[in-house]
Write a protein that binds this ligand. Structure first.
Ligand code: PEP
Ligand code: MN
Length: 356
C-alpha cells in the first residue's frame, strides 16, 4: 500500500506532462489553422472542408497503433476539428461568445432616446394583437397619461391554429406607428419573416422576435443589420444556453442592441400557461450585460398572478416587464383571458409601484 501512492503520483505527473505537450501541440495546430483561415478568407473559400476532414480521420485511424480504439481516435479528432472550425468562424481574436462579454456595466439599449436597461425598469404594455385604431388609441392615450414610453401589439401573429386570427399584417404595423407617434410612444412589434425587414425598419422602434422564431437562425442573422434594437424572446422549450446562442446570432451578425425576454417555459405544470423561469432572469444578469425584460402575461396566461410575478422578477433584477393590456379583453381576438383591461392595468401599476 505505501508504495502505491508514489507510483500513482508518478503516473499523474507523467499525465500532467503529456497534457502540457498536448496543449502545446494543439496551440501549434491552432496557429496553422489560423493561417489556413486567412488564406481561405482571402480567396473566398469555404472554411469547412468535410472531404479533407474525412481524409485526415481515415489516415489517423490507419496509423493508430493503440491502445486508443479507432472510435476514440475518430471522436477526439472530430472534436478538435469542430473546435478549430468554430474558432475559424469567430472573427477577431477574443474567443469568448459576444453574449457572455462583460464590460462591468450593464448594456443600455437606447430606443429613440429612451433607455432600456441600467436604470428604472421599463414597462412595455399593449394588446396581444393590433385589432383596430380605436382600441389602440384608447390604450395609447392611457399609457401616455400614465407616463409609459412603449406600446406593444402584434400585427403578424404566429398562432398555433391556422384558422384563428393571424393579425392585420402591415396595415396593423402602420396603425401602431400612427397611434404611437401621436402619443410619443415607442413601438415594439413582432417580425415573422425577414422579407418584412425594410418596412419594419422604417416603422418599428424595437423589433420583436417571438418565442417560436427564436430558433429561426436565418431571421436572426438578417436582423444583424436591421438598424433597430431587437427584443429576442426565449423559446418555450429552449435551454438558457440555446437562448444565449440565439442572441449570439444577432450579436455576431452586427446587432449589439439586443434585449432578452424571458416569457415562461413549458413544464408539466398546467395551472399556469407556462412556468416563469425566474432563475433565468438571475442567470442572464449573472452571465451577460444585456437587458432582460420579462413577459409576465404569456408566462402566467392568467391575470391574477401578474402583480406577484412582476414583483418577483423585478426583485430578481429584471430591466423591464412586458404585459398585455386590451380595452375590452372579453372580446379580444387573441389571449383574451390573460389581457388586463385599462382599469386593471392601472391597479396593476399601483401594485408594483414600490418595485419600479
Ligand atoms: C407575443 O408577445 O405577442 C407573443 C406571441 O409571445 P411569445 O412569442 O412569447 O409566445
Ligand atoms: Mn398574446
Amino acid at each position: 500500500m505505501p508504495r502505491k501512492k508514489p507510483q500513482l503520483e508518478r503516473v499523474r505527473e507523467a499525465i500532467d506532462g503529456l497534457n502540457d505537450q498536448l496543449l502545446d501541440l494543439l496551440n501549434q495546430r491552432t496557429a496553422l489553422v489560423e493561417e489556413i483561415r486567412a488564406f481561405k478568407v482571402e480567396h473566398g473559400m469555404d472554411l469547412y472542408d468535410p472531404v479533407r476532414e474525412a481524409r485526415q480521420i481515415q489516415s489517423l485511424m490507419m496509423k493508430n497503433r493503440g491502445p486508443m480504439s479507432n472510435a476514440m481516435v475518430e471522436h477526439v479528432f472530430k472534436e478538435i476539428f469542430r473546435a478549430s472550425l468554430s474558432q475559424q468562424m469567430r472573427k477577431g481574436t477574443d474567443q469568448a461568445p459576444l453574449v457572455l462579454e462583460r464590460s462591468g456595466t450593464p448594456r443600455i439599449v437606447d430606443v429613440g432616446g429612451v433607455p432600456i436597461g441600467g436604470g428604472k425598469p421599463t414597462i412595455i404594455a399593449g394588446p396581444c394583437a393590433v385589432e383596430s385604431e380605436d382600441y389602440l388609441e384608447q390604450v395609447a392615450e392611457a399609457f401616455a397619461r400614465l407616463g409609459l414610453k412603449f406600446i406593444r401589439g402584434g400585427a403578424f401573429k404566429p398562432r398555433t391554429s391556422p384558422y384563428t386570427f393571424q393579425g392585420l399584417g402591415m396595415p396593423g404595423v402602420d396603425l401602431l406607428r400612427k397611434v404611437a407617434s401621436r402619443h410619443d410612444l415607442r413601438v415594439v412589434t413582432e417580425i415573422t419573416d425577414a422579407c418584412l425587414l425594410p418596412q419594419f425598419s422604417d416603422r418599428v422602434d424595437v423589433i420583436q422576435v417571438g418565442a417560436r422564431n427564436m430558433y429561426n437562425y436565418d431571421l436572426l442573422k438578417k436582423l444583424g443589420n436591421a438598424g433597430r434594437p431587437v427584443l429576442l424572446k426565449r423559446h418555450f422549450a429552449a435551454t438558457l444556453d440555446e437562448f444565449f446562442q440565439a442572441a449570439e446570432y444577432l450579436l455576431s451578425s452586427g446587432n449589439r442592441r439586443v434585449i432578452l425576454c424571458e416569457r415562461g417555459i413549458r413544464t408539466f405544470e398546467n395551472a399556469t400557461r407556462n412556468t416563469l423561469d425566474i432563475s433565468a432572469v438571475c442567470l442572464i444578469k449573472e452571465y451577460t450585460d444585456l437587458p432582460v425584460v420579462v413577459d409576465v402575461s404569456h408566462a402566467a396566461g392568467r391575470k391574477d398572478l401578474l402583480v406577484p410575478l412582476s414583483r418577483a422578477v423585478l426583485a430578481a433584477g429584471a430591466d423591464g416587464i412586458m404585459i398585455e393590456v386590451h380595452p375590452n379583453p372579453a372580446v379580444a381576438m387573441s389571449d383574451g383571458s390573460q389581457q388586463l383591461s385599462l382599469g386593471d392595468f392601472e391597479r396593476y401599476l399601483e401594485g408594483i409601484a414600490s418595485f419600479l
